[in-house]
Structure formats: C-alpha cells, structure tokens
Ligand binder design. Structure first.
Ligand code: ZN
Length: 134
C-alpha cells in the first residue's frame, strides 16, 4: 500500500467499527479522497425498514458534499469484514458516478489489508452521469 492508501485504509477501518448493522451483521467503512485533498469517512447505517439503509460509501460522499468539499472524487477505499473485499453496490456506483471522472480509483479491501483496485470506469462502464443531462 502507498502512504495515501494506508491513510485511506486507516480512516475506513476506524469508521467501520461504528457501523450500525444489526440486520446484516456486515460492518463496512469507507474513506473518500476529494480533489481538494480532504478525506471523509463513513460507515453503513442500516434501518429496520431495510430500504432506509445507506451504505458506507454514500455516507462518506454525502458528508464530503454537505461539509462543502469539492465535488470531485479522486479515490475511494471501502473496507469490509468479509474475507473477499466487497466492491461498491449498484446504488453506490451511481452516486460515485455523480462525482467521479475517468481517473477516479476505487480500492476494495478487507480488514487484513488485502486490496484490489479499479479505475471507476472499469467497474461502472457506460455510467449515466450529469453529462447526459447537458
Ligand atoms: Zn452501496
């Protein structure tokens, strides 16, 4: 891991412990690096309605936006307590697409630091983005 990846991994692991996941039992943490250099983190917050559940990636991104960060994602690291690192779900990919570009990198990791990285277009080709609304 690079120094930056270690920083993102640590931030994601720290927040992962705060996940509210009484239904799935899956504790997820995410850290997002915005183009202004700031890092925001989030954990999954489940809800008894199930539909009200929000994933860690979206919590981190919504925090970045609501805290006034630049609206451009450079990198995201998602950590789960699963053996095989979990990639972002479809809902999260769509939200990432709103603030991503061709260079945005997605790292998926487990708690032991096993990591797999992708350029965002690799895991979400032909994404529907704000450009389609121009
Ligand atoms: Zn998700």
């Amino acid at each position: 891991m690079t120094e930056l990846q270690t920083k993102l991994f640590q931030a994601a692991c720290d927040v992962q412990k705060r996940a509210h996941a009484p239904y799935s039992g899956a504790l997820i943490g995410a850290a997002v690096l915005m183009s202004d250099g700031k890092i925001y983190s989030g954990c999954n917050v489940e809800n008894a309605s199930y539909g009200g559940t929000v994933c860690a990636e979206r919590v981190a991104i919504f925090k970045a936006v609501s805290e006034g960060s630049t609206k451009q994602i450079k990198e995201i690291l998602v950590v789960s307590d699963a053996e095989k690192p979990w990639p972002p779900c479809g809902f999260c990919r769509q939200v990432i697409a709103e603030f991503a570009n061709e260079q945005t990198v997605i790292h998926t990791a487990n708690l032991q630091g096993k990591m797999k990285s992708f350029k965002f277009p690799e895991i979400f080709p032909e994404a529907f983005t704000p450009k389609h609304l121009d």
